[in-house]
Ligand binder design. Structure first.
Ligand code: IMP
Ligand code: MG
Length: 182
């Protein structure tokens, strides 16, 4: 499987360091207020579990899995919820934890959903962002790394459900057909 790797973008050590820095930023933002940490699965599984270990407030873990319908989902709020969280978020502080923001469609739709559900405060942390690919204007409140327009895998990120278990973040070789993804 590592034959498919073009080059490593972030090593285990770089990821570890950046995750701790993000946790510090998040700790100072909340200054001790409790949060519900929503893992947007499957991609954010490693990032979210590494990140929340460094948070110093009370953290409730919730898991969610969604897929969006593309651009129409932004205005219509149409989102397929494959797995929903268990708890009521009314008046709670919600931290959505995502692997990568690409077009911005998924996260802007998901954030709207939590607004409708009556959360008090909704923040988004993403490990990666590809600003050059945005279709809708959307920025996370906390971003690990900004990446160029390359298809990346590892540390939770997949191509056709492969490569999630790589400990680093890498770009995939171009010969691999990625049209079916996203
Ligand atoms: P968005 O709605 O276009 O922002 O989609 C974000 C989702 O697309 C992410 O949660 C990923 O599942 C997927 N995605 C976008 N770019 C990549 C990539 O480079 N590698 C792996 N998954 C990606
Ligand atoms: Mg994802």
């Amino acid at each position: 499987m590592t034959n498919d790797i073009e080059h490593i973008l972030y090593t285990e050590e770089q990821i570890y360091k950046r995750v701790k820095e993000l946790a510090c930023e998040i700790n100072s933002y909340y200054s001790g207020k409790p949060i519900i940490a929503v893992f947007v699965l499957k991609g954010s599984a490693f990032f979210a579990s590494d990140l929340i270990r460094w948070l110093n407030m009370d953290v409730t873990m919730e898991f969610m899995s969604v897929s969006s319908y593309g651009i129409e989902s932004v205005s219509s709020g149409k989102l397929t919820i494959k797995r929903d969280i268990d708890s009521d978020v009314t008046d709670k502080n919600v931290l959505l934890i995502e692997d990568i923001i690409d077009t911005g469609i998924t996260l802007s739709t998901l954030k709207n959903l939590f607004v409708q559900r009556g959360a008090n405060d909704i923040k988004v942390v993403t490990m990666l962002s590809k600003p050059s690919r945005r279709i809708v204007k959307f920025e996370a409140d906390f971003t690990g790394f900004e990446v160029p327009d390359e298809f990346v895998v590892g540390y939770g990120l997949d191509y056709a459900d492969k490569y999630r278990n790589l400990p680093y973040i890498a770009s995939l070789k171009r010969h691999i057909d990625r049209k079916s993804v996203v």
